[in-house]
Ligand binder design. Structure first.
Ligand SMILES: [Zn+2]
Length: 390
């Protein structure tokens, strides 16, 4: 019989694995698998054939039947490169009522509580099932969850209500914007800049596309928001370019310019319409470039896609979380999560986890002890509910 670890002990273990998204998460997954196995819980893995150094893990506890509550978290964390930390980011350090460490808020705090809850459910013997789903590559644009959700379906009985534990201060978040990104590679034609009329400068050709992004934001800002959009801050879809690179020298027309355009789309709006409008502008700019030199072109590559979380009418996940937290207000957030992906796959889904998103991705990331303990109470109430018949 294995020892029962406290949520805090599990958190110490999880934070100790430096599962930055670019690196392997297998040591963490191995540990979770072994810990669950020690308590008689069989875990299943999904490994990305293109990234054999990463795996998702899912498990089921309780009667082998549909209708489980699914606790969903991601195992990866953002890098600490260039950040100034007061203590080792990969060791949980307690100071002033706070637990510091990379991922304590986003979201190994919740992962630890979920693992604890699964073992508690197994130990106490629940009448209704509980599932755990731990993904990877969330911080790279939520790319790990969709194949994990697909892989879960034939292996586990279908779950009903998914609680995605991104930090929400344990409030029930029922809506978030969707995200969609397109990578743009503008390929120009190099000449000496003294002869620029014969060349195509990829940087200068990008300017109208960047202007399209500005114009799109201005137009959306000027609109009266639809009721679903009005819940958000800002209450409209936004477009953004966060990184751009290009050019060789001040006296050469730039051969290349690359940037990503990302959209945060309010529920109720079709992300596709933004992609199509942007693509149409790209093709106009490309035609202007090719009028100067036929080799010039613009390549668009899909980058990421995270569906919005749309508030559900009488959603099972929302109702459950409201019962567990007593929070009856409506909350939406402007960041994307895996909840929209579970919802798209037919699950009822809500975001609710301990900690504050304001601490996510920061140097000296922390979760307060009070939030972590409130998270444990939340899980204890959940396990108690699962011990009741329906
Ligand atoms: Zn997160």
């Amino acid at each position: 019989m294995s020892t029962f670890l406290s949520p805090r002990e599990i958190l110490d273990k999880l934070v100790g694995f430096p599962t930055v998204s670019r690196d392997s998460n297998l040591p963490l997954v191995d540990w979770v698998e072994e810990y669950l196995a020690g308590h008689g819980i069989e875990a299943h893995r999904w490994t990305d054939p293109d990234q054999p150094h990463k795996a998702a893990l899912f498990a089921h506890v309780g009667p082998w039947q549909e209708g489980a509550v699914v606790l969903s978290g991601h195992t990866d964390v953002v890098p600490v490169d260039g950040q100034n930390w007061s203590s080792d980011p990969f060791t949980v350090t307690e100071r002033d009522g706070k637990l510091f460490g990379r991922g304590t808020a986003d979201m190994k705090g919740y992962d630890a509580l979920a693992i604890w809850a699964l073992v508690e459910a197994q130990r106490s013997g629940v009448k209704r099932p509980l599932q755990l789903a731990l993904s990877f590559d969330e911080e790279l644009g939520c790319t790990g969850a969709p194949p994990m959700i697909q892989a879960m379906q034939p292996v586990l009985p279908k779950g009903r209500a998914v609680i995605v534990g991104e930090p929400s201060m344990l409030r029930a978040v029922t809506g978030h914007k969707g995200g969609q990104g397109l990578h743009t590679h503008v390929i120009g034609h190099e000449v000496h800049s003294s002869m620029l009329h014969k060349g195509v400068n990829a940087i200068m050709a990008s300017a109208p596309l960047i202007q399209w992004v500005n114009d799109t934001n201005a137009a959306n800002m000027a609109k009266d928001p639809a009721p679903l959009a009005a819940m958000f801050d800002p209450p409209f879809t936004t477009a953004h370019i966060g990184v751009i690179s290009g050019g060789t020298a001040h006296n050469i027309t730039a051969k290349d310019c690359e940037f990503g355009v990302s959209f945060r789309v309010v529920p109720g709006e079709d992300p596709q319409k933004y992609l199509e409008a942007y693509t149409a502008r790209v093709r106009e700019v490309e035609a202007d470039m090719q009028a100067i030199h036929p080799d010039a072109r613009i390549e668009l590559t899909p980058w990421f896609r995270v569906p919005a979380l749309t508030p559900e009418e009488e959603g099972a996940a929302e109702a459950l979380v409201r019962q567990l937290t007593g929070d009856n207000a409506s909350h939406v957030v402007s960041y994307g999560t895996e909840a929209g992906q579970f919802q798209e796959a037919g699950y009822s889904a809500v975001v609710c986890g301990p900690g504050d998103i304001a601490q996510a991705h920061q140097p000296d990331e922390f979760i307060t002890l009070a939030q972590f303990e409130a998270g444990q109470d939340f899980m204890a109430r959940l396990v108690a509910r699962l011990q009741e018949e329906n």
